[in-house]
Design a protein around this ligand. Structure first.
Ligand SMILES: Cc1cc2nc3c(=O)[nH]c(=O)nc-3n(C[C@H](O)[C@H](O)[C@H](O)COP(=O)(O)O)c2cc1C
Length: 434
């Protein structure tokens, strides 16, 4: 009998609900943003809701311009933060982000394996090639996308070899014979590559629960191929259902080409949501969350994503697709540029419409504004259409976060789309990995 497919749900710890004026809400707990209380409370609730994992995006840079009125996107080191959460939780997965462009692979392999050990098999690695931060790493100019992916592939290969270099079975810990480990089973990796020369072995043994699940974010041609060959899940930006269906189909096809089963790669879009007790309340929250965004910031976002300046166009004029010719060759993220380009070509939005789109205001993430029932129906529709295997929750307001736990997750359980009890205690088990 076929087991019913269930959603895989993660909660982002990037505190999207504090964006704009969100942090000014009396229950925002913003004073605790740089302590563990904030996240531990959240982690415990997420574990009570039986979510698959917590997900900590990360950037190695501070955008000071946003800090005037908002906490921005910075914060605690993800591996350290997740280690403290590991201590306070028992079952929920802990996915940490580590950039392959700026870190040394030995350090990343060790940090993640340490997190895996102290959490008893709950660590995951979100592999990113990053779009900012070169000037914090003596790395200017930022390497091109191709160079970053080339390095990411070799980096990931090295990390995996390091994880295998000190297998758990090598540990004997025999008090009677006095033998601590079987050194015949521990081996150097002698990696000699284009970017790295690394002898190994790693100095932390592998956890017996199995290898750390790999997540990847970045959906350019190269990014997709990398994910399909290597990752267990992709954190995806899919602002509409068609882009989700296309991405998932393509990744599954590419996975087969790499000799994998299509189900081995899970597509998990970011879901940015505003949930209210009524639709009007949700809409009001959405407006409130974006009221700080000026038109000038919208124009600046379009220019930054695509290299396209449309300030001179009247607000009600459709953006001509011709304007895209010859621009945006060297973009920060091909994924975000492609999504915006596709939207302009396919729907010819007016300037005003473009300025309010998720591709411009919400990191290109899928957005739901409505009641918990609306959200449940929309998630079901995308799931049944093959646009996703689950999602990563990005709550848009404090109230949306509350209603996510109190109403949306229970509704998904009621509709047999999500578990009501864990059946394992490792991230691999939650994701259904062999
Ligand atoms: C949905 C999504 C989430 C991302 N999250 C992060 C992140 O947390 N940290 C980071 O340094 N880069 C992040 N990135 C950037 C990617 O790792 C990558 O560098 C960028 O998208 C360029 O790759 P591409 O050309 O395949 O889009 C993210 C990208 C996407 C699409």
């Amino acid at each position: 009998m076929n087991k019913k497919r269930l959603l895989c749900i993660g909660l982002s710890l990037s505190a999207t609900w504090l964006k704009g004026k969100g942090w000014q809400h009396p229950n925002s707990m913003v004073e605790h943003l740089f302590s563990t209380n904030f996240y531990v409370e959240l982690a415990k609730r997420a574990e009570m809701a039986k979510l698959d994992f917590l997900f900590k995006p990360d950037a190695l840079v501070l955008h000071i311009e946003s800090l005037d009125h908002s906490p921005g996107f910075g914060g605690l080191d993800p591996a350290i933060l997740l280690a403290s959460i590991a201590h306070e939780t028992d079952q929920i997965g802990l996915v940490s982000t580590a950039s392959t462009t700026f870190n040394p692979p030995y350090v990343v392999a060790r940090q993640l394996q340490s997190l895996h050990s102290i959490s008893n098999g709950r660590a995951g690695w979100n592999i990113v090639t990053s779009i900012d931060g070169a000037d914090n790493f003596s790395h200017l100019p930022m390497p091109s996308s191709e160079e970053r992916y080339k390095k990411a592939m070799e980096f990931t290969d090295v990390v995996r070899k390091l994880w295998e270099s000190y297998p758990n079975e090598a540990l004997l810990i025999n008090r009677t014979t006095g033998q601590f480990a079987d050194k015949e089973r521990i081996s150097s990796i002698h990696h000699e590559g284009h970017f790295f020369q690394i002898k190994g072995p790693l100095n932390v043994p592998a956890h017996p629960s199995g290898t750390i699940p790999l997540f990847q974010a970045g959906a350019s041609e190269t990014g997709r191929d990398f994910a399909a060959s290597t990752a267990d899940a992709m954190f995806a930006a899919t602002p509409d259902m068609a882009s989700g269906i296309e991405l998932r189909k393509d990744l599954r096809r590419r996975a087969c080409k790499h000799g994998r089963q299509p189900d081995e790669i899970r597509v998990l879009p970011g879901l940015y949501f505003f949930i209210g007790k009524t639709r009007d309340e949700a809409l009001e929250m959405y407006r409130e969350a974006h009221s700080h965004l000026s038109t000038a910031q919208g124009y600046a976002a379009i220019q930054s994503i695509l290299g396209l300046d449309i300030r001179h166009l009247p607000l009600d004029q459709p953006v001509p697709a011709d304007m895209l010719k010859g621009i945006g060759e060297q973009v920060r993220s091909q994924t975000h540029a492609d999504l915006l380009r596709r939207l302009i070509v396919q729907t010819q939005p007016t300037v005003r419409e473009l300025l309010s789109r998720p591709e411009v205001i919400g990191s290109a993430h899928w957005m739901i504004v409505g009641t918990a029932e609306d959200a449940q129906r929309e998630i079901t529709r995308w799931f049944e259409a093959g646009a996703l295997d689950g999602f990563i929750a990005l709550p848009g307001s404090v109230q949306s976060l509350e209603l996510f736990f109190d109403e949306l997750v229970p509704l998904l359980v009621q509709h047999d789309l999500f578990r009501n009890e864990y059946t394992g205690s490792t991230l691999r088990e939650h994701l259904g990995m062999k």
